[in-house]
Write a protein that binds this ligand. Sequence first.
Ligand code: NAP
Length: 243
Amino acid sequence: MSLFALDGKTALVTGANTGIGQAVAVALAEAGAHVICAGRRTCAETVDQIGARAEDLRLDFADPMAARDVFAARPVDILINNAGIIRRADATEFGEQDWDDVMDVNLKAVFFACQAFAKAAIARQAGGKIVNIASLLSFQGGIRVPSYAASKHGVAGLTKALCNEWAGQGITVNAIAPGYIATNNTQALREDAARNQSILDRIPAGRWGAPSDIAATAVYLSAPASDYVNGAVLNVDGGWLAR
Ligand code: NAP
């Protein structure tokens, strides 16, 4: 079997209706997986792109426990925790709701989805692959995004903590730290001409990343090729963090 083949595997991708999550879902399916495309609204567009090996699941992490029963109901081999939100405001003005909303979706929901996935995988003695979508702001502070930076630093820490607990059960827990990727999440930055230029000036690759750049790494971290990679937070950033 190819080191990069996912034939016979079932993957669940959160936030699979658009952006990075959509590209990851499509790439996992191209590698052979059956993909459960989870979203707070329909993932029909992604399911249509994939075809028969995809299904639509409604999961809204406004309730951070939303995935509690998903993995007990059916075997899932790969979990991609991609859903995430960002709120921007000066730290002196940043509100409690913006703090809680971001922490709930970006960190609390990720932990409890990992927990539900691992409980089921350990019960089946099946092993598994978890890929959390972190951020450059797992390492840096960013500007006017305190809850986002805190949540993504948390995702990096959680990835290592869960690796330590579950590696012995054949579960890998890794994260991808995307650089600046052209999606809805970064539309405001790209529309600000000065900010867009200052970002481009710092990226050694000289371009924004594409969702497909992240999808390829997600396939690797979901495949047998990465079986000895565990607890890693892998930068996919065109060299941004090397500067
Ligand atoms: P995006 O296009 O805004 O996608 C975010 C996804 O998360 C969407 O599917 C969104 O659904 C979903 N989501 C938001 N709140 C949710 C909730 N309560 N329940 C379920 N799903 C929810 O942005 P993206 O860039 O693809 O972001 C994907 C991940 O990459 C996020 O974790 C983000 O922090 C991370 N990331 C992105 C970049 C970048 O440069 N783009 C860089 C570093 C990290 P809706 O479409 O319904 O809102």
